[in-house]
Design a protein around this ligand. Structure first.
Ligand code: KE4
Length: 428
């Protein structure tokens, strides 16, 4: 039986860094990544046969837990009918109709294969629809790795961004403005200065890429007003929060608190594919009509709307609509966070946490951070030690302090209790 270390050593000989997505390499937390052999329900087993309670869930998709029987059956059945046709299928229409039903702001949906592809295409669509080039994003939010989004804040507020990755020419990010999350003054100033040139503002409404930070209601209300006033599209990146924090995504929560609130475009992924490659961007018909083959904004994909992936996503979306699904998931997620906070208090360690639906985060801090700089101010040493102490006790948290965590419907109260007990030992 190969050990994780042996597999990691071997993997690095044929795959850059031994992984197909950087965060999996454990660089942020140190140590040897676990090579997963199989997963079932709330658990994963690594190559050495060790079991972990899984709080990553493939970074969001596995809201039902691994290997849900109804999803598995739907995938097996679809596979027997064919993997991919490069032609339209009824199931893509069923999935699109399901998304329309669950998300009132959406009238048309385009399916793609990854969140990156969906976010990238949504930006091109917003630029095509408005005829403008500028884009605003927020520090700490991640929308996939399209060039225009690999950017950090410029020196001055209204100076446009600088690339955060090699291989991205400065001119590609010159139209991208990076502002501080939850900072009303900055969006006021940005719109005052370049409002008529802004095609869209892209935001994670509940940010899961700087652990777990909510956009405040006043901030979101003002952002919506400014976008409307200046004719910029408000794009909700709900790749992580969609169908995860609530059945209608984060936008349904803001609509409860801000009358008439709706984003202009939405980006989905993760849960809608149920663990298979599937994402989407969506919005009003008048905007989506700009897309090829109807309109001048080109976008395409060989595996878009893949018949096996849509079967997986559709089966997943059916189950999460069952009465009480989100109430029960939210309750278990809350009891996890409360358990961690309680264990930390008893150990005399400052720890705060928050959750919404099946998504959670926690910080070794005294107060919940409201933006990226505050999240990073506490350094990662405590988190990294906690991460390994929990991993050694069979609890698999996200291997980076800036990532959110996820509870699935398969996590039982006992799993939560076992996790809190492990945390009490680790924090002690
Ligand atoms: P993908 O291209 O990885 O499917 O989606 C990009 C993306 C877009 N928008 C949001 C809000 C996201 O969280 C993501 C991807 N999330 C990361 C986790 N932080 C995926 C994990 C990884 O990069 O391996």
């Amino acid at each position: 039986m190969s050990t994780n270390a042996a597999l990691f050593e071997r993997a690095q000989r044929s795959i850059p860094g031994g992984v197909n997505s950087p965060v999996r390499a454990f660089k942020a937390v140190g140590g040897t990544p676990r090579f997963i052999a199989k997963a079932q329900g709330a658990y994963m087993w690594d190559a050495e046969g060790r079991r972990y309670i899984d709080y990553i869930g493939s970074w969001g998709p596995m809201i039902l837990g691994h290997g849900h029987p109804e999803v598995l059956e739907a995938v097996q059945k679809a596979a027997l009918d064919g993997f991919s046709f490069g032609a339209p299928t009824e199931r893509e229409v069923e999935l699109a109709e399901e998304i329309l039903k669950l998300v009132p702001s959406v009238e048309q949906v385009r399916l793609v294969s990854s969140g990156t592809e969906a976010a990238m295409s949504a930006i091109r669509l917003a630029r095509g629809f408005t005829g403008r080039s500028k884009l605003i994003k927020f520090e700490g939010c991640y929308h996939g790795h399209a060039d225009a989004l690999l950017v950090k804040a410029g020196s001055g507020l209204a100076t446009f961004g600088h690339p955060t990755s090699a291989g991205v020419p400065p001119e590609v990010v010159q139209h991208t403005l990076v502002l501080e999350y939850n900072n009303v003054e900055q969006i006021e100033q940005a719109f005052a200065e370049v409002g008529s040139d802004i095609a869209c503002v892209m935001i994670e409404p509940i940010a899961g890429n700087m652990n777990f930070v909510r956009a405040s209601v006043p901030f979101m209300k003002r952002l919506r007003e400014l976008c409307t006033q200046h004719g910029a599209l408000l794009v909700f990146d709900e790749v992580m929060s969609g169908f995860r924090v609530a059945l209608g995504g984060a936008q349904s929560l803001y609509a409860e608190q801000i009358s008439g609130f709706t984003p202009d475009l939405s980006v989905f992924g993760k849960v809608i594919g149920g663990g298979m490659p599937l994402a989407a961007f969506a919005g009003p018909a008048k905007v989506m009509a700009q897309l090829a083959p109807l309109g001048p904004v080109y976008q395409a994909g060989t595996l878009s709307g893949n018949p096996v992936a849509t079967a997986c996503g559709l089966a997943t979306l059916k189950v999460i609509q069952r009465p009480g699904f989100f109430e029960s998931l939210a309750q278990r997620t809350q009891s996890l966070v409360q358990g961690l906070v309680g264990a930390a208090q008893r150990a005399g360690v400052p720890l705060v946490g928050d959750s919404q639906g099946g998504m959670f985060g926690f910080f070794f801090a005294d107060a919940l951070p409201q933006h990226y700089q505050a999240v990073m101010a506490h350094g990662s040493d405590k988190f990294n030690r906690f991460f390994h102490a929990m991993l050694d006790r069979g609890v698999y948290l996200a291997p980076a302090m800036y990532e959110a965590g996820f509870v699935s419907d398969a996590h039982t109260e006992q799993d939560i209790a076992d996790t809190v007990a492990a945390a009490a030992q680790a924090l002690g």
